[in-house]
Ligand binder design. Structure first.
Ligand code: NAD
Length: 243
């Protein structure tokens, strides 16, 4: 049985991804930062249909907490075959000049350094086994940039740059690194938008609607599964044709 570690899995895209891996018979390490109850109820749900899942606490932006979590998962499950770096924050929307240096640090700490912390601790284990996959969650804004989300866009562009470079570095070790870049997905991250805002956005999206977390989860699963064994250093956009 293969093991996946999904960061920020207590809700949204991470939660649906954990559900999907659980349904497909994977052992799921559910990372959460603060939402212990939600993470545990997700694990119970996965176990209720015969799956294996356990919740592991860590603020991924904290190097020591991340290292401890990965050691715990390896001790418990023996292996991490796939790492999904999903944890992310947008913090707020506004002009670049309305963001302080501290705001920028917070956005990079989770979206970029969190991804690097998890990767740094999982890679030696994958290199030793000469196999593994890392799937990083970027955003279409990391490809084309968004006004009023300049720092978030920069962080998600860094996720793509990191993935492309790491894919080349780890390919000789049999490890694939890819990204998904979602468009507008119906999760708490967009909870600040009114129904009117969403309807306006939908007029710009060729498929005429925002996406579901389950639809992003399917692309993440594809990049984690054997069916994508010859794909590395790539970005799959899941955006209804928006970009
Ligand atoms: P969400 O806010 O529902 O979920 C984000 C998750 O990350 C939460 O569970 C949160 O607790 C966790 N998290 C945040 N900081 C953390 C930390 N330091 N340590 C551990 N966990 C932490 O949002 P979502 O839409 O599910 O976002 C998932 C990913 O998808 C993020 O990387 C986000 O940037 C990306 N994304 C989302 C959208 C969208 O429209 N929803 C679009 C493009 C990209």
């Amino acid at each position: 049985m293969k093991t996946v570690l999904i960061t920020g899995a207590s809700r949204g895209i991470g939660r649906e991804t954990a559900r999907l891996f659980g349904e497909k018979g994977w052992r799921v390490a559910v990372n959460y930062n603060k939402s212990k109850a939600k993470a545990e109820s997700l694990c119970e749900e996965i176990r209720s249909y015969g799956g294996t899942a356990e919740a592991f606490c860590a603020d991924v932006s904290d190097e020591a907490q991340t290292e401890k979590m990965i050691d715990e998962i390896l001790a418990r499950f023996g292996t991490i075959d796939v790492l999904v770096n999903n944890a992310g924050i947008a913090l707020k929307q506004g002009l670049f000049t309305d963001f302080s240096a501290e705001d920028a640090r917070m956005i990079f700490d989770t979206n970029v350094f969190g991804m690097m912390n998890c990767s740094r601790n999982v890679i030696p284990h994958m290199v030793h086994r000469k196999s593994g996959k890392i799937v990083n969650v970027s955003s279409i804004w990391g490809i084309c940039g968004a006004s009023c989300e300049v720092i978030y866009s920069s962080a998600k562009a860094a996720v793509i740059g990191f993935s492309k470079a790491l894919a080349k570095e780890l390919a000789p070790s049999g490890i694939c690194v890819n990204c998904v870049a979602p468009g507008m997905i119906d999760t708490d991250m967009n909870g600040h938008l009114s129904n009117e805002d969403v309807d306006d956005l939908c007029t710009e999206i060729p498929l005429g609607r925002i996406g579901k977390a389950e639809e992003v989860a399917e692309s993440i699963f594809f990049l984690a599964a054997e069916s994508s064994s010859y794909i590395t250093g790539q970005i799959i956009t899941v955006d209804g044709g928006w970009m």
